[in-house]
Structures are given as structure tokens and as C-alpha cells.
Design a protein around this ligand. Structure first.
Ligand code: ADP
Ligand code: 5SP
Length: 468
């Protein structure tokens, strides 16, 4: 049976899986770390991809490969295909004032939601281009083409070196702020509004299209954004809500119609199957747990044990998790806060519990916003690195207020990319059916008063110190 490879070039690392194209069975895998920070030289992602491929036993024997990547990152290329400046990532908040200006200039949030399905916040690529034009005009002038992380890696894999051959897909393009998921077309006027001109853009491929070939002759699929790939990886269908706890916290659903939420809470993305992917994203998820584990001086497993040893609701201790500022709600200069501290709850266990509950309360708010947009939440699937935590798995239904289905720990973004590669190979109308594998259904009684207490606390925090 032919093999296919899927890549997840996410914020913290690059993961590669090699699977059987027909059954989806995992054959081998590898990963490599990415540099820290909210601006990263894209060549570091390429180097990490090469290492991860090697650790996965290479791709010389695969028949097709697809790349999924962290969304929104601004990759600027010169006319000879050199990187002009480090990419600004989805979690870089410096373009928040540019987002506000662009909203005003187009006539308000509803105008953006109608045009491209998203209301710009600092994460969205179009705001980063405005920041570039204002703060680094030389880099802006040197930018002959702009693309996204998965577009860049897909192009590097094909090795043409010619920026006119860049490709993307409608899923990732829908996170730029200059592509309309509803029409399937770029909005060059919005790009011009941001940057003052229209640089070269990747060609938008369909879900099972081929971008080109590797030197080995293997097909290169269209690739997509990491959340779109995760939806493919878990086989999400309308009625499913996926909650992903990675560097970002995301809550999303597959939908048959495009969405346009003028409140800006729900981003109306396209998916990787030809449908749509309304999504809410927070900047603060697994890394909040990492940070609190560090603060109390324990590893992940001890952190989870501590969190589960504290009572639900942490005896009133509430963590507002805005350590990175926040995107949903749109509070780019916010910081985190601990509220309700008393002698009785001043313990590592209470802090661990409050951290898990705080992150999940933010995602429960996100799920409410998604449901308010008309998405059904018949089944909730929990994935991402944070879902490896026993505390997250057990506390999730107590906060989300419904049973939660947890697939076996795995790399669902890379799996989704592999499934897309298999689809490019077969050329069928829909992606091949791969079995999801064992799932664990976790239930529990919702914690009384927890979300109300979080709602009381979430607006109370200090802003970041000036200049930081
Ligand atoms: N057992 C665990 N408990 C808690 N967090 C975990 C555990 N395993 C991994 N993580 C966290 O998951 C995060 C990485 O998740 P991942 O989905 O790979 O992120 P990304 O795709 O954004 O790079 C890291 O912050 C890591 O600390
Ligand atoms: O910005 C978004 C979604 O809109 C993020 O979800 C990024 O796509 C990064 O994903 P992870 O690295 O956290 O998986």
C-alpha cells in the first residue's frame, strides 16, 4: 500500500507522521523543536522540518505529502525568494493598533465580517502587513510576495525557488483577512488598504489539488492551516465541536455555510474539505499550564496530580489566564491575574487547579460564542498537547458542562495533513475514510458557580507595563 506523510509545523514544534494511505495506520513519526518567540525566521521552520523528516525515517518512500501550519504568520519574501524579515506569528500582538485602524477605515467590524468573515485582531495577517508598512517601510518595499507558514514550507518542499509558484488553500487563506471564504476569492483591495499595494500572493488550491512534486516524484498536497488539518485528522462532521489545547486554545466546528460574526469573537474560516470552519481562538492555553507548573516548581504529571487533589472551584481561587495578552476577548495588552486568594487556598494544588479551570473557562466562553453563531455541539472532542494532561481531561467536562470525547493522544494536525495527502493521491470526491481509533468519554458534574466566578474575575487585570 502507498504511504503518505503529514506535517504539522505548529508554534512550538514540527511533527511528521507517515501513514498507510488506505487504512491510515501509523507507520512512523518524528519531530523537532521550533525557536521560541513571536517572531521567527521561516528558514528555522524549514530546518526543523528537515530534521523532523529525518527523525521520521525520511519521505523517499512516500507517494504524497501535505503540510499543515500555524495560521496567520506573515512570511515576506523578496523577488528572489529570500525571507525579508522574521515572520510575525499569530500570537504577536504588536499590530493591535493597526487592527483598530483598519476596522475604522473600512467602516466598522461588520464591514470586515461581511467582506472576509473575520474582524481583524492582531493575529490576522492583514494587520501585520499594515504594521510592516508603518514601522518597516524598507521591508515592506522589499516584499515581493506574502504567504503563510504552510505555504512557505510547501513551496520549499517543491524547491522551485520561484515566488510565482507559491500555493495555499482556502482554509489557511481564510485567516489572512484578505480572502473571502464565501466567494473563494482574494480581496486585493483590503491588502492594498493595509500595505499600500498588492504583492504577489499564492495561488489558492482546492482541497484535494496537488501543489507540485518532491524531487522524488511524490505528490505535494495543497496543505492547510493547523486547525483545518486537525478537523480532518479527527474526522469532524457538522455537530462536532473540537476543542484544541495547544499553544493556542481553539474551539471550532465544521459548518456547511460561511459565518460572519461582527462581534469578532468567532472567526469565519474555511475548512480543508470544501466547507467552513467557524473558530474561536485564545492566546493562552497549554503554556499557561506550563508556566504555573514552573511557578510551583513541579513537572507536568505532578501538576496534574496536584490539580486533581484540589476541590472543584479551587476554594474560590480564580486564575485569569491572559499571560500573553488575549485575542478572544480582544485584550492585547492584558496580563494574567489570580483572584480570590486566601490563606486557605494559598497552596500549589489550588494554583494548579485554578490554572486548569481558568484556561478551560476561557474555552467554555469560546464554545458559547460558537453555539451563539448557530453551531451544534452534539459531541465535543478534546485534542492538542494540553489534552495529554490528566487534569485537563478530567476537569474539561466539569467546566464545559458536557461530556467530552478524548481521542488517544496523538498528532491530529499532522494526521489531517496526511489524510489530505492521501486524498490528493486518490483524487476521489471526499477524503479517504480513516478510523479515529480508541476514544475515552469523560463525564462529570459541572462545578457550581465556577463559570460565574470566572466571569466576575476575567475583566480584572493589570495592563502590560509600557514598552514590554
Ligand atoms: N502531559 C502534559 N500535560 C500538560 N501539558 C502538556 C503535556 N504534554 C504536552 N503538553 C503541552 O502541550 C503543548 C504543546 O502542544 P501542541 O499541541 O503540540 O502545541 P503547538 O501545536 O501549538 O505547537 C506544550 O505547551 C506542552 O507543554
Ligand atoms: O491563530 C490560530 C488560529 O486562528 C492558532 O490556532 C494558530 O493556528 C496556532 O496554532 P497552534 O500552534 O497553537 O496549534
Amino acid at each position: 500500500m502507498p504511504l503518505v506523510a503529514g506535517v504539522d509545523s505548529s508554534t512550538q514544534s514540527c511533527k511528521v507522521v507517515v501513514r498507510d494511505a488506505e487504512s491510515g495506520a501509523l507507520v512512523r513519526s518524528g519531530s523537532a523543536r521550533h525557536p521560541e518567540g513571536t517572531e521567527v525566521d521561516p528558514t528555522a521552520w524549514w530546518e526543523a522540518l528537515e530534521v523532523a523528516i529525518e527523525r521520521a525515517g525520511g519521505v523517499d518512500d512516500v507517494a504524497a505529502v501535505s503540510v499543515a501550519g500555524q495560521q496567520h504568520g506573515m512570511v515576506c519574501l523578496s523577488d528572489t525568494g529570500e525571507v525579508v524579515r522574521p515572520a510575525l506569528l499569530w500570537n504577536d500582538t504588536r499590530s493591535a493598533p493597526a487592527a483598530t485602524a483598519l476596522i475604522d477605515e473600512l467602516g466598522g467590524a461588520a464591514a470586515w465580517a461581511d467582506a472576509v468573515g473575520v474582524v481583524p485582531v492582531a493575529s490576522v495577517t492583514v494587520t501585520k502587513l499594515r504594521w510592516l508598512a508603518e514601522h518597516e517601510p524598507d521591508s515592506a518595499a522589499a516584499t515581493a510576495a506574502v504567504c503563510l507558514p504552510h505555504d512557505y514550507l510547501t513551496w520549499k518542499l517543491r524547491g522551485t525557488g520561484d515566488i510565482t509558484t507559491l500555493t495555499t488553500d482556502r482554509g489557511d487563506a481564510s485567516g489572512t483577512g484578505y480572502f473571502s471564504p464565501a466567494t473563494g476569492r482574494y480581496r486585493p483591495d483590503l491588502l492594498e488598504l493595509a500595505l499600500g499595494r498588492v504583492p504577489g500572493l499564492p495561488t489558492v488550491l482546492g482541497p484535494s489539488d496537488t501543489a507540485g512534486r518532491l524531487a522524488s516524484g511524490a505528490l505535494v498536497g495543497a496543505g492547510t492551516g493547523d486547525n483545518m488539518a486537525a478537523a480532518l485528522g479527527v474526522g469532524a462532521e457538522p455537530g462536532d465541536v473540537v476543542v484544541s489545547i495547544g499553544t493556542s486554545g481553539t474551539v471550532f466546528a465544521v459548518a456547511d455555510k460561511p459565518s460572519a460574526d461582527a462581534s469578532g469573537l468567532v472567526a469565519g474560516f474555511a475548512d480543508a474539505s470544501g466547507r467552513y470552519l467557524p473558530l474561536v481562538c485564545t492566546l493562552n492555553a497549554a503554556r499557561v499550564l506550563d508556566a504555573v507548573a514552573r511557578m510551583i516548581g513541579v513537572d507536568q504529571d505532578t501538576f496534574a496530580e496536584l490539580a486533581l487533589s484540589a476541590p472543584p472551584g479551587a476554594d474560590g481561587l480564580v486564575l485569569v489566564p491572559y499571560l500573553e495578552g488575549e485575542r478572544t476577548p480582544n485584550l492585547p495588552t492584558a496580563t494574567g491575574a489570580l483572584h480570590g486568594l486566601r490563606l486557605a487556598n494559598a497552596t500549589p494544588a489550588h494554583q494548579a487547579r485554578a490554572a486548569v479551570e481558568g484556561v478551560l473557562c476561557g474555552l467554555a466562553d469560546a464554545m458559547d460564542a460558537l453555539v451563539a453563531q448557530g453551531c451544534r455541539a452534539d459531541r465535543i472532542l478534546l485534542v492538542g498537547g494540553g489534552a495529554r494532561s490528566a487534569a485537563v481531561r478530567q476537569v474539561a467536562p466539569l467546566v464545559l458542562g458536557r461530556p467530552v470525547v478524548v481521542p488517544e493522544p496523538g498528532e491530529y494536525v499532522a494526521d489531517g495533513a496526511a489524510r489530505q495527502a492521501a486524498w490528493a493521491l486518490t483524487g476521489t470526491d471526499s477524503p479517504p475514510r480513516w478510523r479515529l481509533g480508541a476514544v475515552d468519554e469523560v463525564t462529570g458534574k459541572p462545578t457550581p458557580g465556577l463559570r460565574e466566578r470566572y466571569a466576575q474575575a476575567r475583566g480584572k487585570f493589570l495592563d502590560r507595563p509600557a514598552g514590554s
